[in-house]
Design a protein around this ligand. Sequence first.
Ligand SMILES: N=c1c2ncn([C@@H]3O[C@H](COP(=O)(O)OP(=O)(O)OP(=O)(O)O)[C@@H](O)[C@H]3O)c2ncn1[C@@H]1O[C@H](COP(=O)(O)O)[C@@H](O)[C@H]1O
Length: 106
Amino acid sequence: MNSINELYHEIVMRQKTPKEGSYTTYLFSKGLDKILKKVGEEATEVVIAAKNRNREELIAESADLVYHLTVLLVEQGISLSELEVELTSRQGKISKTQDRAEITEL
Ligand SMILES: N=c1c2ncn([C@@H]3O[C@H](COP(=O)(O)OP(=O)(O)OP(=O)(O)O)[C@@H](O)[C@H]3O)c2ncn1[C@@H]1O[C@H](COP(=O)(O)O)[C@@H](O)[C@H]1O
């Protein structure tokens, strides 16, 4: 998605050149633990929105999660191309679903 590319590059810019009033700058100034906390929170909010079958909230929370995950990738020095290589390497592979423990509860 092109918008994710643009978002990624905007976040890289914020890391290189902090900007006053920028939430991304605030996250980088707080550091890894804060970014990880936000990724965890936003992931949980995605789960809750989906569980409630609330489409609008799910879209909004998914966008929050993608944004915070992108900040994390930038912080860790992982490029979108690396992510793409990993996803592409999985294409066409048969997923292994046997011998897995059943997930019975959330
Ligand atoms: N996509 C996003 C984006 N998604 C979510 N957020 C911010 O993430 C925060 C999450 O909200 P929460 O209520 O969970 O957290 P909070 O209480 O505000 O903050 P905390 O004290 O919990 O850290 C909000 O302040 C949102 O504004 C984002 N902030 C910025 N972007 C994009 O990032 C780019 C750089 O923007 P700046 O960060 O403004 O420079 C731009 O393209 C922005 O659109």
